[in-house]
Write a protein that binds this ligand. Structure first.
Ligand code: PAF
Length: 283
């Protein structure tokens, strides 16, 4: 496994095997089983696998957790080595954003709702850094988790709009035994909060059950989830049911839709989602 922070070296490695397919997993490190599932999928579907580790400053708001975001570089490298990743790129901030840097990528509509509305600048930072990472790695396929469903869709849209010659693969959410979706930010939760957080998935499953029984009203499904969350613990940022492609709010579910939510548990912001597919019926 080659580990480098140098763009020229990454390009050399990539070019050397240019006839081979490359799977790419962009990360901000603090790797967990969710990231590793992306790496495993990339390994299965490509000749070579590259992973980037870069805590991207431009996707954090001024009052967000950039400074305290978990950084576990040694453990990350050990995990990637175990999975026999071919290339790990860990660019410095100066490599990605040298002095005088002033070019940004923005996905306008999709990037302005939900996470985009709650975290101004977030998707501009994500789209910009992912564009730069793609331009250096030039992957055949890039892997993102459904955990960040809006981000994954935004990258798909950007890849289409900007004519990137690569495939986006969106892989299922990996959850703790109690249903909590894995996230590097779960490190901020106490053991008690981790138990409380299981109510999120339970709420999503209650809505799914009613959906499978035939309920298509967003108002009713939404109310079921809200009712399940104890207001003493959870402060709701948003809970919405949206079209799975545009992320626009809908009233009746006629095609694939996401339930997307963001809540605060104490000071920790958690997101989760669930895909509802009207072509799935109960036996
Ligand atoms: O999902 C993440 O970890 C980040 O948003 C990404 C895609 C690596 C861009 O910094």
């Amino acid at each position: 496994m080659q580990v480098t922070d140098d763009i020229a070296k990454v390009r050399k490695i990539r070019n050397r095997s240019s006839k081979l397919t490359w799977g790419f997993v962009p990360t901000m490190g603090a790797l967990h089983a969710g990231h590793l599932s992306l790496v495993k999928a990339a390994k299965k579907e490509n000749d070579k696998v590259a992973v980037s580790i870069f805590v991207n400053p431009t996707q954090f708001g001024p009052n967000e957790d950039f400074a305290k975001y978990p950084r576990t570089l040694e453990a990350d490298i050990a995990l990637l080595k175990e999975l026999e990743v071919d290339l790990v790129w860990m660019p410095t901030k100066e490599t990605i954003y040298p002095t005088g840097y002033e070019t940004y990528v923005q996905v306008e509509e999709l990037g302005s709702t939900l996470e985009g509305a709650s975290r101004p600048g977030f998707f501009k930072g994500v789209a910009t850094v992912v564009t730069k990472l793609f331009n250096v790695i030039e992957p055949t396929r890039a892997y993102f988790g459904q955990k960040d469903a809006q981000q994954a869709r935004l990258i798909e849209k950007m890849v289409c709009d900007l004519n990137f010659d690569l495939e986006i693969q969106i892989m299922p959410i990996v959850r703790e035994e109690n249903g909590l979706a894995l996230s590097s930010r779960n490190k901020y939760l106490t053991r008690e909060q981790k138990e409380q957080a299981s109510a999120l998935y339970a709420g999503l499953k209650i809505a799914e059950q009613r959906f499978l029984e035939g309920e298509r009203s967003v108002e009713i499904l939404h109310a079921l989830i809200v009712a399940h969350l104890d207001k003493d613990y959870f402060k709701i940022d948003y809970i919405k049911i949206v079209d799975s492609e545009t992320f626009e709010e809908i009233e009746i579910i006629k095609k694939k839709a996401y339930i997307v939510l963001a809540v605060y548990l104490g000071s920790v912001r958690l997101i989760d989602n669930f895909l509802l597919n009207p072509s799935t019926f109960m036996e």
